[in-house]
Ligand binder design. Structure first.
Ligand SMILES: [Zn+2]
Length: 133
């Protein structure tokens, strides 16, 4: 089986879990040595005074154990969402009632409709008289 060089995660696992992965490969060993060299270099945090770390520890402790405040913004947003949902679920207004027609109007509209939709030309209308008894 061909060796695959360790990637960053593999190097991190080999360094912190003390596994022997990549120990036989000079490339992986060199990469691991470079990472160890970087880790041993002085860091900016090393120059901070103990007073800084004590203050940071105290602030973290206070933040963790502070009593929970009510979340007014979340409560307000939830109220708005509920109000919008209730408003959206109101029944729709009833459709407007159709206009009322009187009997004369209906008769007139019917005559207009019959006149407009007549198939027979007006000049041939008297021909019905020939067959009428
Ligand atoms: Zn390798």
């Amino acid at each position: 089986m061909e060796h695959q060089h360790l990637d960053f995660d593999g190097l991190m696992n080999a360094m912190y879990e003390s596994t022997a992965a990549g120990a036989d490969c000079p490339t992986c060993r060199a990469a691991m040595e470079r990472m160890n060299e970087l880790r041993r270099q002085p860091r900016a945090e090393d120059k901070l005074s103990p007073w800084f770390w004590g203050r940071q520890r105290r602030e973290i402790h206070e933040a963790v154990f502070a009593p929970a405040r009510p979340r007014w913004i979340a409560i307000g947003a939830l109220g708005c969402v509920l109000a919008a949902a209730v408003a959206a679920m109101q029944p729709a207004p009833p459709p407007p009632a159709p206009p009322a027609f009187s009997q004369e109007d209906l008769k007139f509209l019917q005559e207009v409709s019959e006149t407009a939709n007549r198939v027979e030309p007006r000049v041939l209308a008297p021909m019905h008289l020939l067959w009428a008894r």
